[in-house]
Ligand binder design. Structure first.
Ligand code: ADP
Length: 627
């Protein structure tokens, strides 16, 4: 028997492929099962058009048998089989796909549904096998042939005997190495789980003999081991069913099974698109965030199927980052699927599907916002942060797309509202959108600056999450209205007369105010009197881009870079403390300096900042008390 060389640089390719293309070894089984399913498809298809072929549909199946002792996995089908020249042509050349040729020849026939167009599928079995034997008998032929190869050094084909048509592939599983425990593939549970994961929706039964322990007949406590055939795959994918035939429960079960959730999803979106790019997608918004959503380990993505075979478990190209919490599947017969992720990324059809999916999710969320506010609020509480990141990331590239999905707490409504709703109820002549930042709604509500803005009838958005302010800064404005932090000096309330009066007071006490600034040195930019604090004695305001909240957030990050908000100490000119200061400045400069330090520390505490020199401040207070 002549040993034949693999054709066309196959050797090198084979090597390359085994070692690099498929990093996930499990998929060898998917490839072989797909081939078997294709082969049965082909025979079945032929039987429809050729009278002399009669097959019984019920008997079409794929078998997997494990021989642990001899380290063999046997995969057999009763499909079309291969002649010797087909064995030579199909398995002698890597990347020549027989399925593809068949599909092209029969392009007009609608019924042709051939899954394997990947070209190198069969050879992936060498990832786990020392050697492979393919025993095949073409339907209608009386001869069978045995193809053998150990990968690198070519293959042989010899005549053999086989009773029935179809192909039987025997894999001689590699010995375990330090890195890979190939023996795992000889375990029933392993095979079962790979089939479930990748080939659950293959149309033909995938049967494996399994050992079951059952009660002995007539006995109550004696068991015996029986070997039974077990069908591993469920065969009908939910997306093959008619949309209006699927019950809510079926969706829920599919979701919880597939995505390992214990709770049913908040929302199901089922879309079927036909035409240029045909696909079906079933998407789910979970009811709660996965525990690792905000960790680096979290992988977004949808399951991608082509003709009911899982191609990729988490196809990240199908989901934008800001919708990374969405789970689901996409099935498309149209994808020219290639094994590498890089090629998939460039696939135009995949890009179209991704675009459609994004639009669909957004529309669904806006609908939820309009039709079921309670549900939307729950959604936003769970996943809103992700949407916020979406606005802030990529230099705000997606801000327009996402801004209407945002919600913030409103001081007027005492509930969450959208930016659109803020604008809809805005006061006449109000040119800006007011916001304030803090740890909680209650804490913000207690900020000295809040009172006057509220009293003047303006609504304030309370930002309590640390990304919030970055979001606002990225948005810059909404419907031509700028965002203004009520704690910044940009707030411009009160009438002209009052402002003039305030300016006079500030001018008159210029020396005193700069003396306070001197005491506090570069901790603050300046000190001034204000008339916007109602009953509160003092506050810290900021000027420039960095707010106090931002300073807190950024300085809490584990980097060396520390930032400082430019702060101004404001003192309520209507509060008795103002008068006291003016008096002390003239009469007792030493106490005046001490008061200044205490007032500054108080202002920091109000803002949720720490006191920089607690011992000094504590000593001063005790000294003053003891007087
Ligand atoms: P692909 O499946 O992508 O075409 P493969 O390398 O997996 O590439 O298989 C090459 C060809 O070998 C297939 O196209 C098919 O014609 C043939 N083949 C593989 N497995 C079987 C099988 N079980 N029965 C019949 N033909 C098969």
């Amino acid at each position: 028997m002549k040993k034949r060389e693999f054709k066309a640089e196959s050797k090198r390719l084979l090597d390359l492929m085994i070692n690099s293309i498929y990093t996930n070894k499990d998929i060898f089984l998917r490839e072989l099962i797909s081939n078997a399913s294709d082969a049965i498809d082909k025979l079945y298809y032929k039987s429809l058009t050729e009278k002399n072929i009669s097959i019984s549909k019920d008997e079409l199946n794929i078998r997997i048998d494990i021989d642990k002792e001899n380290r063999k996995i046997v995969i057999s089908d009763n499909g079309c089989g291969m002649t010797d020249s087909e064995l030579e042509n199909n398995l002698g050349t890597i990347a020549k796909s027989g399925s593809l040729a068949f599909k092209q020849e029969n392009e007009e026939q609608e019924d042709v549904n051939i899954i394997g167009q990947f070209g190198v599928g069969f050879y992936s079995a060498f990832m786990v096998s020392k050697s492979i034997e393919v025993l095949s008998k073409s339907y209608g032929s009386d001869k069978a042939y045995l193809w053998k190869s150990s990968g690198e050094d070519g293959y042989t084909i010899e005549e053999a005997t086989k009773d029935t048509n179809g192909t039987t592939i025997t894999l001689n599983i590699k010995d375990d190495t330090e890195d890979v425990k190939y023996s795992d593939y000889l375990e029933e549970y392993k095979i079962r789980s790979i089939v479930k994961k990748y080939s659950d929706y293959i149309r033909y039964p995938i049967i494996m003999k399994v050992e079951n322990r059952v009660l002995k007949e007539g006995s109550k406590d004696e068991y015996e081991t029986v070997i039974e055939d077990n069908t591993l795959n469920s065969m009908t994918p939910i997306w093959k069913k008619n949309k209006n035939e699927i019950t809510e429960e079926e969706y829920s079960n599919f979701y919880t099974d597939k995505f390992y959730d214990y709770e049913k999803p908040m929302k199901v979106m089922h879309t079927s698109v036909e035409g240029n790019c045909t696909y079906t997608s079933i998407l789910f918004i979970p009811n709660h965030a996965p525990y690792d959503l905000y960790s680096k380990e979290y992988e977004k993505g949808l399951q991608l199927y082509s003709n009911d075979i899982l191609i990729m478990d988490k196809c990240s190209e199908l989901l934008p980052d800001y919708f990374n919490f969405v789970k689901g599947i996409v099935e498309s017969p149209d994808l020219s699927l290639n094994i590498s992720r890089e090629m998939l990324q460039q696939d135009r059809k995949l890009q179209i599907i991704a675009k459609n999916i994004e639009t669909k999710i957004k529309k669904e969320l806006l609908d939820m916002l309009n039709d079921n506010r309670e549900e939307y609020q729950k959604f936003f509480k769970t996943f809103g942060t992700q949407i916020k990141y979406g606005i802030y990331n990529d230099y705000g590239m997606n801000k327009e797309k996402l801004q209407d999905l945002l919600m913030f707490y409103s001081s007027n409504k005492k509930d969450y509202i959208t930016l659109k709703e803020y604008i809809e109820q805005i006061n006449e002549g109000q040119e800006v959108i007011y916001y304030a930042c803090g740890e909680t709604v209650d804490k913000i509500d207690m900020l000295p600056q809040v009172e006057q803005v509220k009293d003047e009838g303006y609504d304030i958005l309370y930002l309590t999450e640390y990304v919030d302010e970055f979001v606002i800064k990225t948005l810059m404005n909404y419907e031509n209205k700028n965002f203004v932090n009520i704690c910044s000096k940009d707030v411009n309330l009160g009438d002209a007369k009052e402002k003039e009066k305030l300016e006079k007071i500030n001018n008159k006490n210029k020396d005193m105010l700069s003396s306070m600034k001197e005491v506090l040195k570069d901790k603050i930019e300046s000190v001034r009197f204000t008339n916007r604090l109602k009953n509160h004695p003092l506050c810290l305001t900021t000027e420039g881009d960095i707010s106090i909240e931002m300073e807190k957030v950024i300085n809490a990050m584990p980097t060396d870079e520390k930032i400082h908000a430019k702060t101004i100490l404001e003192i309520n000119e209507n509060h008795p403390i103002a008068e006291k200061l003016i008096k002390l400045y003239k009469e007792d400069k030493d106490t005046f300096d001490k008061y200044t330090k205490i007032l500054y520390s108080q202002a920091r505490l109000i803002e949720g900042l720490t006191i920089e020199n607690p011992t000094e401040i504590s000593n001063i207070i005790c000294e003053l008390i003891s007087k």
